[in-house]
Write a protein that binds this ligand. Structure first.
Ligand SMILES: [Mn+2]
Length: 321
C-alpha cells in the first residue's frame, strides 16, 4: 500500500497568503497584514475571503515576540490563519521542557549555544511564566506541515518518505521525548522537516564564510537537478570553494537526500536566509524568509492556485531599523 500525505489544509490554495519567518517582528507583521488587505475585526486580523499560512519561526531574536505570538495564535484560533512548527518553536519547546525520566535534564541541553538561541524569548516572557507555559503546550500540538492537492507548506524541507511514513502531521508526546536523543528516528525526522538538510563538508575540510565564521557544514538544496557534485547541492551559507564544489558526492550521502520534482505541487518554505528581491528558488518552490529580523523584508506569497510560482505574487514590507 502506498502511503499518502495527510491533507490537513482545508482552504482553497488560490485564497491563501503564505508569510515567512516572523521572529518577533510583530509591528512589521501588522504592516504586512494590512498591505495584504487584512484588518482587525473583534480584535483579530481577518480577510473577507483569504487566510494566512505562517511557515513557523514566530519566536526568538526580535523585539516583540510576545505580541507576535499573541497575534498569530488569535488568528489561528479564530480560523483566519494556519501555523506550522519552525525549528525555533521546536528548539524553544525542547529547551523549556523537563525530561520526564531524567531529573534535572531537559529535552534539549542548556548549553551556552542552545541558551543563546532562546534567550530573547525567555527574557521577554520573564514576567509571564504561566503565559509562556501555555504557549509551549500550544506549540507542542502544531503540525509539522500543511498540504492539500494544490500546495504544500513545511518550514525547511519536504521529505516525502518521512512525511508519508509518519502517519500523523503532529508530534506525539512520546516523539517529543525522543527529541532528547538526537540520533533517534523521530529526532532525525523532525530535524529534516524543520531544519532541512545540513551536511558536513567532505574530507573534514572547513571554509570561511562571508559572515566571518569558519564552517564545517553547509545547508543543502533539495530541488532539481539531481545532485552529482557538491556544487549541485550547496545552497547556503556561501558558494563552496572550487576544489570542494567539484568533488563527486559520496554515493552513501546520495541515499539520504531527497529531490522535490518540478511536477510536484507548489511548495512554500521559510528558514533559509535569503536577500534581495523575492523570487522563486525553483519553478514550484518559494522560500519566504527574507531576513525581516535582520532589517531585510518580511515577505508573503499571495497564492493564485497555479502550479508555477509567479514572481509577481510576492508582497513584502521593508523593516525600518
Ligand atoms: Mn527562521
Amino acid at each position: 500500500m502506498t502511503l499518502q500525505v495527510q491533507y490537513n489544509l482545508d482552504h482553497d490554495a488560490a485564497r491563501l497568503d503564505v508569510i515567512g519567518d516572523i521572529h518577533g517582528c510583530a509591528l512589521t507583521l501588522e504592516r504586512l497584514l494590512i498591505k495584504l488587505g487584512y484588518s482587525k475585526r473583534r480584535g483579530v486580523y481577518s480577510h473577507p475571503s483569504r487566510k494566512i499560512v505562517f511557515v513557523g519561526d514566530i519566536v526568538d531574536r526580535g523585539p516583540r515576540i510576545r505580541q507576535a505570538l499573541a497575534l498569530v495564535r488569535e488568528m489561528v484560533e479564530a480560523g483566519t490563519a494556519y501555523l506550522i512548527l519552525g525549528n525555533h518553536e521546536v528548539h524553544a519547546y525542547c529547551y523549556c521542557t523537563a525530561h520526564p525520566s531524567a531529573p534535572g535534564n531537559y529535552l534539549r541541553p542548556h548549553t551556552p549555544r542552545n541558551t543563546a538561541i532562546v534567550a530573547e524569548t525567555l527574557e521577554q516572557f520573564a514576567n509571564y511564566n504561566d503565559e509562556w507555559s501555555d504557549y509551549l503546550r500550544w506549540m507542542a500540538r502544531l503540525p509539522l506541515y500543511l498540504a492539500n492537492e494544490q500546495m504544500r507548506v513545511v518550514h525547511a524541507c519536504w521529505d516525502a518518505a518521512i512525511i508519508e511514513g509518519r502517519g500523523s502531521d503532529t508530534v506525539s508526546p512520546s516523539q517529543w521525548v525522543a527529541m532528547a536523543d538526537p540520533g533517534s528516528d523521530d529526532a532525525q525526522a523532525i530535524k529534516r522537516l524543520t531544519s532541512g538538510i545540513d551536511l558536513p563538508l567532505p574530507n573534514n575540510t572547513s571554509m570561511l564564510s562571508a559572515d566571518g565564521y569558519r564552517r564545517t557544514r553547509f545547508r543543502a538544496r533539495f530541488w532539481p537537478p539531481v545532485p552529482e557534485h557538491y556544487n549541485d547541492l550547496a545552497f547556503q551559507p556561501d558558494p563552496l570553494p572550487p576544489e570542494i564544489g567539484s568533488l563527486p558526492l559520496d554515493p552513501k550521502l546520495l541515499e539520504r537526500l531527497v529531490v522535490y520534482d518540478s511536477a510536484e505541487p507548489p511548495l512554500f518554505l521559510g528558514h533559509y536566509w535569503l536577500s534581495g528581491t523575492p523570487e522563486p528558488v525553483a519553478s514550484n518552490i518559494a522560500c519566504l524568509d527574507y531576513g525581516a529580523v535582520r532589517f531585510g523584508r518580511l515577505a508573503a506569497y499571495r497564492h493564485d492556485g497555479k502550479q508555477t510560482v509567479n514572481p509577481d505574487n510576492y508582497v513584502w514590507v521593508y523593516v525600518d531599523p
